[in-house]
Design a protein around this ligand. Structure first.
Ligand code: ASP
Length: 324
């Protein structure tokens, strides 16, 4: 009897292992963690990509928003998830800046992940509530310098793109301002629209609709050239902010140790999503474009993250401001 049940248990275990080995990934839904609030710019990019990947993979890629601490809570959640291909992360430049800004992170950004590929590089815009007094970038600089004790700047926490861009602005005008952190710039935008906070620097994937609708004021874009969607909006450099140029690159990561088969599938699916005409058209409407195919690779994302950690480290260390 004992022998019989032992035999049956062993046979079951063998079948289960064989089943796993033969099964085609993905067999069930995939969670795509976005480390910021729903309705914000990173979320918008993720949902467009996730929708297209779902069609290709035949399983739902479900976006889960894990906002807070400048994106480090969501990234930490993926770093400690099972490396089985069912929990993935869509994050931006904050992955690189957090490596230096947070000295006590529970995970090491350069070691905790495997890479799927780059997604897009999104310009930032310097915007304000609709009734904010200044009408152009020069006026904005003068006004905030004169009212530094009153002007509030929204961001998505230390290490977020909006934080980085806000710091660049304050350093360019050599004036510290009052910052108001949110779990993402989705909710921050709600407060800019409601007039509870004055200014923000945020991705075009969050600000375009509002700028076009005239519900917020825009002063500049942080790209090297003006954008087709805003031909009248000057670049920050044109507006007089020397060297003020930044692009918010996004990538897809998986926990370290994820099987190559899963990474390859995710990569092929991400590549397809980024050539999906609907995704490309929506990106264009939002002032961005899919990363070139050669960059949608694990190697390109790894190289980008490494070079960006190296680029921002001395800048952050010179500023001497850390998240802890
Ligand atoms: N735009 C945000 C940032 O500052 C993130 C977000 O809400 O997507 O990084």
């Amino acid at each position: 009897m004992l022998f019989k049940s032992l035999f049956a248990a062993t046979a079951l275990a063998v079948t289960a292992i064989a089943g796993t080995a033969n099964a085609e990934y993905p067999e069930r839904n995939i969670t795509m963690v976005v480390p910021f609030s729903a309705g914000g710019p990173t979320d918008t990019v993720a949902r467009l990509v996730a929708e297209s990947m779902s069609k290709d993979l035949g399983q739902q890629v479900i976006v889960e928003n894990v906002g807070g601490a400048g994106g480090t809570l969501g990234a930490g959640r993926v770093a400690s998830a099972d490396p089985d291909g069912y929990t993935i992360l869509l994050h931006h430049i904050g992955m690189a800046t957090s490596a230096t800004l947070y000295r006590n992170l529970a995970y090491k950004p350069l070691e905790a992940f495997d890479y799927v590929g780059l997604v897009t590089d999104v310009p930032m815009t310097i915007v304000a509530r609709k009734d904010f007094e200044p009408t152009d970038l020069n006026g904005l600089v003068e006004y905030v310098k004169a009212n530094a004790d009153k002007v509030t700047v929204a961001n998505a926490g230390i290490g977020a793109a909006s934080h980085l861009c806000g710091m660049m602005f304050m350093s360019a005008i050599q004036t510290p301002l009052i910052t108001v952190p949110y779990k993402g710039t989705g909710p921050a935008m709600t407060d800019v629209l409601g007039g509870q906070v004055d200014i923000m620097c945020d991705q075009t994937t969050n600000t375009t609709k509002q700028i076009q609708g005239g519900t917020i004021k825009a002063y500049a874009v942080t790209s090297a050239k003006r954008l087709d969607i805003f031909p009248d909006l000057p670049t920050a450099v044109e507006g007089g902010l020397k060297d003020f140029q930044v692009g918010i690159w996004h990538g897809v990561y998986v926990p370290k140790g994820t099987p190559k088969e899963a990474i390859d599938k995710l990569n092929a699916s991400l590549k397809k999503a980024l050539t999906d005409p609907n995704v490309a058209a929506r990106f264009a409407e939002l002032g961005t474009a899919p990363s070139p195919d050669a960059d949608v690779t694990p190697e390109a994302l790894k190289a980008k993250l490494e070079s960006e950690v190296t680029r921002w480290k001395p800048i952050i260390e010179a500023a001497g401001q850390y998240a802890d």
